[in-house]
Write a protein that binds this ligand. Structure first.
Ligand SMILES: Nc1ncnc2c1ncn2[C@@H]1O[C@H](COP(=O)(O)OP(=O)(O)OP(=O)(O)O)[C@@H](O)[C@H]1O
Length: 302
């Protein structure tokens, strides 16, 4: 394999379901070893893009290629490792049967399951039926099935949901090793701060369009926002009247205010409510950058 060849190339993808436009001209490239996090609100088009990338859907307009091949062809799909939340297991099979079955379907020997079961801490559970696994253990089986074929592109849907902190870190380590060997990763997640830690690039999709495609740090640094967190008795109207407030989030009397000018806002806030406590001013994070990109007309209240 030429290492410079893109693993995934999408050009001008448009997709509709009846009247609903799910993708409205999407271009995306993923290089070997790159990890791209696909973020966006519900209904943004993420699942549709993933379904096109893994050959579940055929493009209505535009093209998608995996290592130059059509993902609807079995030979191309063998280069993919897919772990999706929705895909259920045949519950009567054991962990070993599922993972070795995935190896064989990918053109490998069943024995390929052994090392990957060990890597994911599943060796002791290999003979157990998946019906008798916990949610996090099932999640690890999904990952083992996706990884066992040594795919060129791993497509992961919310891969760490249900994993405890230790398992999550372990999984990040496994991904890092695969990426160092050239495996590309496309991950959809709602855990924005996790994607900041994992991904080389964050692609923000909304209403079927890519609003941003950049390293996470760059998205954050483009945002002049600061987050002011404060415990205050001021009501919503008073908060909305504060100078320079962009968005308001609230959990009881703990309030977060996004602003470009925290000093100006704080002067008025302290004047109106001298009893404020737990005051903090922070740079915005990736979550705020994504909200700022996708909030549009959704208003100021979070
Ligand atoms: N099978 C379908 N039939 C009709 N409309 C659909 C279908 N699948 C998706 N849509 C619509 O297409 C748009 C994009 O949906 P998609 O599932 O790709 O978004 P998503 O970003 O994956 O959302 P979520 O984060 O909620 O999973 C939405 O408006 C959705 O309602």
């Amino acid at each position: 394999m030429a290492t410079t060849e893109a693993v995934l190339t999408a050009d001008g993808l448009r997709h509709r379901y009846g009247e609903t436009v799910a993708l409205d001209g999407v271009d995306l490239t993923i290089a070997p070893g790159e990890c791209v996090a696909l973020l966006g609100p519900n209904g943004a088009g993420k699942s549709t893009l993933v379904a096109l990338a893994v050959g579940v859907l055929a493009p209505q307009q535009g093209t998608v290629r995996i290592l130059g091949g059509d993902p609807r062809r079995a030979a191309t799909r063998r280069r993919l490792g897919v772990a999706q939340q929705a895909s259920g297991f045949p519950n009567t099979l054991t962990v070993h049967e599922l993972v070795s079955g995935a190896a064989v379907r990918g053109g490998l020997r069943a024995a390929a399951a052994g090392p990957i079961l060990a890597e994911l801490g599943l060796t002791e559970l290999a003979r157990r039926r998946v019906a008798k696994l916990s949610g996090g253990q099932k999640q690890r089986v999904q990952l083992a099935m996706a990884l066992v074929t040594e795919p060129a592109l791993l497509v992961l849907d919310e891969p760490t949901v249900g994993l405890d902190t230790q398992a999550r870190r372990h999984f990040w380590g496994i991904l890092a090793r695969r990426r160092a060997q050239g495996t590309a990763v496309l991950v959809t997640t709602h855990l924005i701060e996790e994607s900041a830690a994992l991904a080389d690039r964050v692609v923000v999709l909304d209403h079927g369009r890519i609003l941003a495609d950049a390293p996470p740090q760059e998205l954050v640094s483009r945002l002049p926002d600061r987050t002011v967190t404060v415990r205050t008795g001021l009501d919503q109207q008073a908060l909305e009247r504060l100078p320079g407030v962009l968005r308001i989030g609230r959990e009881h009397d703990l309030v977060t205010l996004q602003t470009h000018s925290p000093e100006r806002l704080l002067r008025v806030l302290l004047d109106q409510d001298p009893g404020v406590s737990e005051l903090r001013v922070q740079d915005a994070g990736l979550a705020e950058a994504v909200v700022a990109l996708t909030s549009h007309e959704e208003g100021r209240a979070a």
